[in-house]
Design a protein around this ligand. Structure first.
Ligand code: CO
Ligand code: CO
Length: 350
């Protein structure tokens, strides 16, 4: 946090959300109908799958991972907003198993209406987060815009044989999630002034935590599928794994870590529209235990910013990985497993 002018940054933002490679579902439908690009054998991960980032092979040993994310302010403190935006943008490289190396800033800012120090603080937060991840900031672009927006394009490197996608989950795998969910409900409550300072700090900490440690620890394990939980919510991203891998997924509602007070805030009606539309997109693919209420279902589809990694790991390695992650202070939990029943579908049990 920094001492900057008292502008409620989130009051300037109308829409948020991140959908990894190409954005919210409604827009994704349009973008996916783009004329297919010229076939290129060097494109290892492209537009045809809903993965976290694109991957392009440069040589036998080397490929680059490319991703881009930006959004409107999700917290009021500009320095924290910069940190969140950077941790979120970098995450898609970690989700693919890559090592981020360079980044470019994407800036939209109402330069006549807001003090320049606010933008400086946003950029400072992002720069500090990039330094923490040993990523070089190499440029960027800015425009004058009514509504502030900030994000980054990040490039990483990876061995072409070590790419992690969301399409390799195998029956018998366990699913590990490395951060709690409920971020969308918390941040929309923050915007309405409903969170205590302590709660704001907690949700900010979750969003500014890099997925670097989680990725590095998991490198000693056989990860069959990987993604990060962001705009489509836990069940949205799980559906992509189930459909992409042609497997069934079973998750235990009570094993899914949820931020404190999320249930109470959701019951009071503070659920973002995006989280509700996520539910509508995936509900046909999901069987919910009778005991689950609509509120619980919305929590599972709550849109997340800068969420954790979701890893599909062989069953016999799962407990060891969970322990290794926790030993490095990653808030990891085994939330379910991959099955051969009902490919493409998810069963939520209690
Ligand atoms: Co993303
Ligand atoms: Co992603």
């Amino acid at each position: 946090m920094t001492n900057t002018p008292s502008v409620k940054l989130t009051s300037l933002s109308h829409k948020g959300g991140c959908g990894c490679k190409i954005g919210p579902k409604e827009l994704q439908e349009v973008l996916q109908n783009l004329p297919t690009s010229i076939p290129n054998n060097n494109v290892l991960v492209g537009l045809d799958t809903s993965d976290d980032a694109g991957v392009y092979q440069l040589s036998e040993e080397l490929a680059i991972v490319q991703t881009l994310d930006f959004f409107t302010p999700i917290v009021d403190d500009p320095y924290d907003f910069g940190q969140v935006a950077a941790a979120n943008a970098v995450s898609d490289v970690y989700a693919m198993g890559g090592t981020p190396v360079t980044a470019l800033n994407i800036v939209a800012f109402p330069i006549a209406q807001l003090e320049k120090s606010i933008l400086s603080a946003i950029l400072e937060g992002a720069k500090d987060k990039l330094n923490e991840a040993s990523i070089a900031l190499v440029g960027g672009h800015s425009i004058d815009d009514e509504e502030p927006k900030f994000g980054l394009s990040v490039t990483g490197t990876i061995h072409p044989g070590k790419i992690r996608t969301n399409t390799g989950a195998k029956p018998g795998d366990k699913l590990i999630l490395t951060k709690p969910i409920g971020v969308g409900i918390m941040t929309s409550s923050l915007k309405k002034g409903l969170l205590s300072e302590k709660e704001i700090q907690l949700v900010t900490k979750v969003m500014t935590t890099l997925n670097k440690t989680a990725m590095e620890v998991s490198q000693s394990y056989d990860i069959n599928a990987s993604t990060d939980v962001t705009g489509f919510g836990l069940l949205g991203h799980l559906t992509e794994i189930a459909q992409g891998s042609d497997v069934g997924v079973q998750i235990d509602y009570n094993s899914v870590p949820v931020l404190p007070r999320v249930h109470e805030l959701a019951e009071a009606g503070h659920i973002p529209g995006g989280s509700k539309s996520n539910f509508q997109y995936v509900e046909k693919q999901i069987h919910f235990a009778e005991s689950l209420q609509q509120i619980d279902k919305w929590i599972l589809t709550d849109a997340v910013t800068s969420g954790g990694l979701l890893l599909s790991v062989p069953g016999e390695e799962a407990i060891s990985l969970e322990k290794a992650l926790r030993a490095k202070e990653v808030d990891a939990s085994i939330i379910g497993e991959v099955t051969e029943n009902t490919p493409g579908k998810i069963d939520v049990t209690t």
